[in-house]
Design a protein around this ligand. Structure first.
Ligand code: GLA
Length: 379
């Protein structure tokens, strides 16, 4: 991939890039919307990545080019306005520059910048965190700085929260930064603290991408965030992680029905992540799968961030005995389902799911047999 990246850079800018990095997309294994509630979450980094290359310029201009995504975007080094329309993807690297400046780090002046990706967009596999982390790595290298992984991850999150404007938690950037092949990343988001847990052997991830996305997805994410914060406030705590299931049930009448449902999802989901840690140690694949299905059901019933398409895929996967468990992955309101399956699960079986889906919804699914890979790095 390095040679391909260099080749595209040369073709576009007529010279070699000086700094190159890659960062992976991620699967949210379990822990849905638990991160900004300071609970815990498990994710896996994929071998599908975003690659970034830059070369410095001396004329105070920054040129951004995304392979396969239209025209070159030019800004001068003094301008940090958010971009709209086709150029809005530049808000990710731009947001990283702003986050670096706010963290009192040096930032590069002019540069030519090229990004390419084999991560499917809009599947909930976190292409945004991957572009943030790979950009941060090249910007840091271009200014001769190195930071801890924790700082790297936080730069990405700050770009997303403060510049792009999504009140996300640490899951996406944390997994893209701390990921390891054949491992799950465990994040205790209260710290945050990062650790890895081996993936159960003889299992594989399959992703079923619907290519559907709710028109109001960012707004809905922000609404869920607010409902969770409202629940915490009413219950007299800073974050829902501080609430037990018993406390929640005792205080049910203090909350509106919707806010109660959101809180129930979060409090029980945090509990499911903790159960998952124990079950992963035992390696009981059926129990692991059951927790995945329960998580999806809770999204469907209580957090209401699933869709009929995602529910249908999960229901179809339930009928296949090679599948241990499945759930929506990521923020929801469209996107993809991930399944944990036995190693004899096959493309043919995945095609059956896609065909069943096509008969109902008109379009086939994008099927990805997902392999895990290492976290963000310079290349
Ligand atoms: C998105 C956000 C994450 C997390 C998930 C839901 O991926 O970026 O921070 O909240 O949704 O778990």
């Amino acid at each position: 991939m390095k040679d391909i990246l260099i080749g595209h850079f040369k073709e576009r800018f007529g010279r070699n890039p000086s700094f190159l990095a890659r960062a992976p997309g991620r699967i949210e294994f379990i822990g849905n919307h638990t991160d900004y509630n300071k609970g815990s979450v498990l994710g896996a980094s994929l071998d599908l990545c975003v690659w970034v290359a830059i070369a410095p310029r001396v004329d105070n201009q920054r040129n951004y080019f995304a392979l396969g995504r239209g025209a070159l975007v030019n800004t001068s080094c003094e301008v940090y306005d958010r971009l709209q329309g086709d150029a809005s993807w530049v808000n990710y690297p731009l947001g990283v520059l702003v986050a670096m400046r706010e963290a009192k780090l040096k930032i590069p002046e002019g540069f030519d910048y090229l990004v390419m990706s084999n991560l499917p967009m809009g599947a909930g596999l976190s292409s945004s965190a991957a572009i943030e982390l790979s950009s941060a790595l090249v910007f840091l290298q271009a200014t001769n700085q190195s930071v801890s992984k924790e700082v790297l991850v936080n730069l990405g999150k700050a770009a997303e929260n403060n510049f792009v404007g999504v009140p996300c938690g640490i899951l996406d950037q944390g997994v893209s930064g701390f990921g390891k092949k054949d491992q799950l990343v465990y994040i205790d988001c209260a710290g945050p603290l990062f650790a890895t847990v081996p993936l159960p052997s003889k299992t594989h991830f399959w992703i079923f991408n619907t290519h559907t996305k709710h028109a109001l997805v960012d707004g809905l994410y922000a609404t869920r965030h607010k409902e969770c914060m409202d629940a915490a406030k009413t219950l007299g705590v800073n974050y829902l992680v501080e609430v037990s299931i018993e406390q929640l049930m005792q205080n049910k009448t203090k909350l509106s029905l919707n806010v109660f449902k959101r809180a129930k999802h979060i409090v029980e989901e945090i509990d499911r992540v903790n159960q998952m840690i124990a079950v992963l140690k035992d390696g009981d694949l059926r129990k692991i799968g059951q927790l995945l299905y329960l998580s999806h059901q809770s999204s469907e019933l209580y957090f209401e961030n699933s869709t009929p398409e995602l529910d249908f895929i999960v229901a179809t996967l339930r009928t296949q005995s090679e599948v241990y468990g499945a759930r929506l992955t990521g923020g929801g309101f469209g996107g993809a389902v991930m399944a944990l399956a036995a190693d004899n699960y096959s493309q043919d079986l995945a095609e059956v799911v896609s065909e069943t889906y096509r008969k109902k919804f008109g379009n086939p699914l994008e099927i990805i047999h997902a392999i895990t890979g290492d976290g963000a790095s310079l290349i």
